[in-house]
Design a protein around this ligand. Structure first.
Ligand code: EPZ
Length: 429
């Protein structure tokens, strides 16, 4: 057997025996994208920080290794992260970690604030488009940084950061995060115009404020930062994961189940909840719980991804699995990324009828999906295949498990708790 082929065949995979309606209650984990913004910010504190409700996912573990490489003391157990930033002494991040995920470049403004220089490899992350960082460079430069891309890395330096008015050319989560992380160390006030409003941007601002920062307007399109304030260690609980909540909601609807998702924030889910109601799914909301119940054929709908509070781009892939057997013809238009629809070919291998026209997928409802071996090439494509496997007749093997483990904390255990037949197969298990 050829070496390369044996590695592929032996790779870990998730096996799902489909056709079982999910039933019961499941608790959602802490936010991946909130944690990936908050953890780098702990290095700005003058004393140790404690973060609770941190998901145990690959991207968090890679971030922890990057903090350790910089000299920080980090402990992580039972979803509680302890960071002692007082021993940080390096200003450059190793390539082998930074290239594994998108959020690694959040360390650039943090290290710039600590050492007046930073060297961080260009980020990796899901292959869903070009994902340039021009707006991050614009934000940092506006605040007094000299930023150069050289040798595949971000080289930033400054003689002193100073507050300014920053007008982002487009709404960007990463650019908003990086400009806030730069502004807290700038002398004077910064106003960020056209900022992203995602829940994890608000969570970062709330965490920084708990450290002593003074940030107003997070969650709106204008964020004001009073820079240069001393930041001390704090204890903070990360918000629940908006995208895992949505993934579980869609899985419950797709399997015609009856599921309570606890520890969620219903107001974060309004765009998805509205679409599910349009399809004929029951959506009940109370405090921190969302109840999903569905039966029989669901109606086709049209989905268009938008920045928050619009329909999240990270949920369009899970949604495609649900829509693949809705009654009638649906469309999904992806306005955020230029190539985040290629995964539909894997759903078509399972019996879906999805055609692509540029950034729009047309989904003609199939009677049912049938289990098949499929490969996840990015995190949320993996979520789409999990949902397709749960709803399909027969067995689905999902390869590329490492993609899924980047962003979902023990999703197989959560699904088994809801009655699904899910197992992890392959080397080392
Ligand atoms: C964050 O990515 C998330 N990742 C993504 O989630 C999410 O899809 C995205 O926000 C949008 O909500 C993390 O938080 C770690 P952007 P980010 O900057 O910050 C273009 C997941 O599945 N753009 O808002 O990279 C860019 O190419 C991941 O959890 C520029 O052109 O998103 C993209 O098309 C996937 N120039 C669009 O804007 C820039 O300077 C959105 O990017 C920045 C972005």
């Amino acid at each position: 057997m050829l070496e390369g082929v044996s590695m592929y065949i032996m790779s870990e995979r998730m096996r799902i025996h489909g056709g079982i309606p999910l039933k019961g209650e499941v608790a959602v984990s802490g936010g991946k994208n909130a944690s990936l913004a908050i953890i780098p910010a702990t290095l700005l504190a003058s004393s140790p920080c404690t973060l609770e409700n941190v998901p145990d996912i690959e991207d968090v573990r890679v971030t922890i290794e990057m903090l350790r490489c910089l000299g920080a003391e980090v402990e992580f157990e039972n979803n509680v992260l302890l960071v002692d930033p007082t021993t940080v002494k390096h200003h450059s991040v190793p390539y082998e970690y930074a290239s594994l995920m998108r959020a690694s470049y959040y360390l650039a403004p943090v290290l710039l604030g600590l050492f007046k220089r930073a060297e961080v490899p260009l980020p990796g992350g899901c292959p869903i488009g070009a994902r340039p960082i021009d707006q991050t460079i614009k934000g940092m430069t506006a605040l007094g940084a000299d930023v150069e891309i050289k040798g595949g890395a971000i080289h930033a330096s400054t003689k002193g950061l100073r507050g300014a008015d920053v007008y982002l050319d487009m709404v960007s989560v990463g650019a908003t995060v990086n400009t806030v992380l730069t502004a807290v160390n700038a002398s004077g006030n910064t106003t960020i115009h056209n900022s992203a409003k995602e829940p994890h941007v608000v969570d970062l601002a709330n965490f920084l404020n708990s450290m002593g920062a003074r940030i107003k307007g997070a969650g709106t399109d204008t964020i004001r930062v009073a820079g240069g304030r001393p930041l001390r260690g704090s204890t903070y609980t990360v918000i629940p994961d908006q995208i895992e909540t949505g993934t579980l909601m869609i899985a419950a609807a797709a399997t015609r189940g009856d599921v309570i998702i606890s520890g969620a924030i219903p107001t974060h889910m309004e765009a998805l909840s509205a679409k599910l109601l349009e399809m004929g799914v029951y959506v009940g909301e109370e405090d921190d719980r969302i109840h999903i119940r569905s039966e029989g054929k669901l109606r086709a709908v049209n989905v268009k991804t938008q920045v928050y509070p619009g329909f999240p781009t990270d949920l369009q892939q899970p949604m495609a699995a649900l829509l693949s057997t809705a009654k009638g013809s649906s469309t999904i238009t992806e306005t955020i990324y230029e190539s985040r629809l290629l995964y539909v070919e894997e759903l078509n291998r399972m019996g879906a009828n999805i055609r692509l026209f540029g950034r729009t997928a047309v989904l003609d409802g199939a009677d049912q999906l049938n289990g098949a071996p499929v490969t996840a090439n990015d995190l949320r494509a993996g979520a789409s295949m999990i949902i397709a496997g749960l709803m399909a007749e027969g067995v689905t093997d999902i390869y590329g498990l490492n993609c899924i483990q980047r962003g979902y904390d023990r999703i197989d255990e959560k699904l088994r708790r809801l009655g699904a037949r899910v197992e992890i197969l392959g080397t080392g298990r």
